[in-house]
Design a protein around this ligand. Structure first.
Ligand code: SF4
Length: 451
């Protein structure tokens, strides 16, 4: 039977040191009980305790990590079927395929796009995560040369090593060193050797069956042999089969606690179609429905960006509003005479307002006040965006050193606090901005500092 947070807390060292990246042991215990983090993340827990808590509290989909240090890529760790039940934990990894059969220019192009196609949204860096390196020629020298090229060309890429030659995988995995790659793939023909290699190297292993039933037979066997870090490829190479297998795997693991399917999945849109648009569509379906990793044939901004946004939306925590950091944001290169606007840190507000300012081409200072992700009126009603708090923020923001004038533009919806804010900030003129962000460009183009 699953342990409660309090039962788990009793077994923790209670140092409240935060080394598990959770501020207190109690919060850590609650997360362990909810299956959101593994007990092993606390470095002070004894092996005995790990053993007794680990099994009872592990997430139904095992958490798999590639790489080490601050470049770890994490997949799995999921605890629910639907995002609104709790949240999805680790975003689907997006991988690009390079092979020994590609020309040097094709490989270089993919590595270069892996590094350059990066976007910042809502304060989050959106990018592809992995490079899948496939051995098509069977030559160890050619394969390790390609692996070396990827390792040095994309130093933050998590690595998937794909070869049917165990010796080539072993040689390439050794080259990867601490970047602990994902080994692809153990099937019925090489399960024993690759299982041993994965154990020896401490690398996670993809288990590939010709269908879901065969995949289960393989994972059962590996589990019996003590191999725990697995990713599953059910062998599906049609959109329908890949979708069904992902759903069946997730449902079996979450609702039935069926251990042989309690692993993240890997899917290959690049092998399902050769049409780039269809590949993007298939990828979007598999991101929504439970793929742990998807492997794409190439990275192009028009295909990657929508997938990254879809992933961002699906994997954000629905119980926590999306926020941007409290700060002074420079838009269009402002100077000491540029307008100063203030608004809340609800990310949607920030992106709409900053987008309109950017579009106006008027250099501006946008001050974002932490309102715990609440929108302007809700934050004001909740006492988090009142005149006293805005005034306090303006004083400590450093904006007074950045501009010569003293005019602050507040959201039109906060017109009622103008008088109060003038009392709190006597040196400032308070101007009421438009109620709708769409009217900001015209407003800013007309704006001149109050005399
Ligand atoms: S690392 Fe361990 S002791 Fe420290 S806060 Fe986390 S659970 Fe507590």
């Amino acid at each position: 039977m699953a342990l409660t947070g309090i039962q788990i807390l009793k077994m923790l060292p209670k140092k409240n040191c935060g080394e598990c990246k959770i501020p207190t042991c109690l919060a850590f215990a609650m997360k362990v009980a909810a299956g959101q983090i593994e007990i092993g993340e606390c470095p002070y827990v004894s092996e005995d305790v790990k053993q007794s808590i680990g099994e009872a509290s592990a997430p139904p989909i095992r958490t798999i990590k590639l790489g080490t240090g601050d470049k770890v890529f994490t997949v799995g760790g999921e605890t629910c079927m639907f995002r609104h039940e709790k949240r999805f934990e680790n975003p689907t990894g997006i991988a690009v395929l390079v092979t020994t059969g590609m020309s040097a220019a094709d490989v270089d192009g993919r590595i270069s796009r892996f590094k350059s196609l990066r976007y910042e949204r809502v304060g989050v860096l959106l990018k592809a995560d992995l490079i899948a390196i496939k051995d098509e020629a069977g030559s160890e020298a050619a394969y390790t040369a390609l692996v070396q090229k990827v390792l040095s060309g994309a130093d933050d890429a998590a690595i998937i090593l794909m070869s049917t030659n165990n010796a080539n995988i072993a040689a390439a995995a050794k080259l990867c060193g601490s970047r602990k790659p994902l080994l692809y793939a153990a099937d019925s023909s090489n399960a024993k050797e690759l299982g041993l290699l994965a154990k020896e190297l401490g690398c996670p292993l993809v288990v590939r069956g010709s269908n879901l039933d065969e995949t289960v037979l393989l994972t059962e066997k590996f589990l019996a042999d003590g191999l725990k870090d697995m990713v599953i490829d059910s062998g599906a190479r049609t959109i329908r089969a890949a979708f069904e297998d992902n759903v069946v795997s997730r449902r079996s693991a979450i609702t039935k606690k069926y251990k042989p399917l309690g692993f993240p999945t890997i899917a290959f849109p690049c092998e399902i179609t050769s049409d780039p648009l269809m590949e993007a569509m298939i990828s979007s379906v598999l991101i929504a429905k439970y793929a742990g990793i998807i492997v794409l044939s190439d990275l192009q901004g028009d295909m990657l960006f929508p997938l990254l946004l879809e992933r961002l939306n699906i994997f954000t925590d629905p119980q926590r509003p999306m926020v941007v950091q409290e700060d002074v944001y420079n838009i269009n290169g402002p100077n000491e005479n540029s307008p100063v606007l203030v608004t809340c840190n609800f990310s949607l507000t920030y992106f709409i307002v900053s987008g309109e300012i950017e579009g106006s081409k008027v250099p501006s200072w946008l001050l974002i006040k932490d309102t715990e992700g609440l929108s302007v009126l809700t934050a004001w009603a909740a006492g988090k965006f009142g005149a006293d708090m805005i005034a306090q923020f303006i004083k400590k923001s450093g904006i007074e050193e950045k501009v010569k004038h003293r005019e602050l533009i507040i959201p039109g919806y906060l017109a009622s606090i103008k008088g109060e804010l003038e009392e709190e900030l006597p040196a400032w003129t308070i101007t009421i901005g438009p109620r709708e962000a769409g009217h900001l460009p015209a407003f800013l183009k007309e704006w001149k500092p109050a005399a």
